[in-house]
Design a protein around this ligand. Structure first.
Ligand code: ATP
Length: 140
């Protein structure tokens, strides 16, 4: 059976995750409170819903515990990101990946049980720096 993913938050990061997962043939449920964002992704993902992930009953009714992997891509609203992550942990979601906005956010996410915390700008900076150095080593 194809793996089922849920992506919460359809900013640049969450949107790009959705597109990439679909290209790899995965089932993707996209969730956002913003209807325009949800409409934008309706044709990209398997299902797209307008919903607030900080509402426990909403997460339960979406059957969030049955997804193989949930990605929390809420950026600016750190409080919503933390509460959403906590609810996902409580629901027993097997794999939870969360985008962190800063080091404090990252620390809290790790503490409350996120399985993987990513920091896209920082992680990409590290990768690009390594890439530049290894390319230069090869070039000279
Ligand atoms: P990026 O840099 O990836 O664009 P960002 O930091 O700008 O990310 P935001 O725009 O802050 O990201 O948030 C991403 C999305 O998360 C937004 O589309 C916003 O509507 C959505 N979002 C925020 N809170 C919730 C929530 N409680 N439930 C569902 N979606 C939410």
């Amino acid at each position: 059976m194809r793996k089922q993913f849920a992506v919460i938050g359809l900013g640049r990061f969450g949107g790009s995750i959705c597109q990439s997962l679909r290209k790899q043939g995965m089932e993707v449920l996209a969730i956002d409170t913003n209807e325009d964002k949800v409409n934008k992704f309706a044709n990209v993902v398997t299902h797209a819903v307008v919903a607030d992930s900080t509402d426990e009953n909403t997460l339960k009714s979406l059957g969030i515990r049955n997804f193989d992997h949930v990605i929390v891509a809420i950026g600016d609203n750190i409080q919503s990101s933390i509460l959403t992550t906590l609810l996902l942990v409580e629901e027993g979601v097997k794999h939870i990946t969360v985008k962190a906005q800063n080091d404090y956010h990252e620390k809290v996410l790790n503490k409350i049980g996120a399985h993987r915390v990513v920091h896209p700008e920082r992680d990409m900076g590290v990768r690009i720096a390594h890439n530049i150095v290894s390319k230069n080593v090869l070039d000279y």
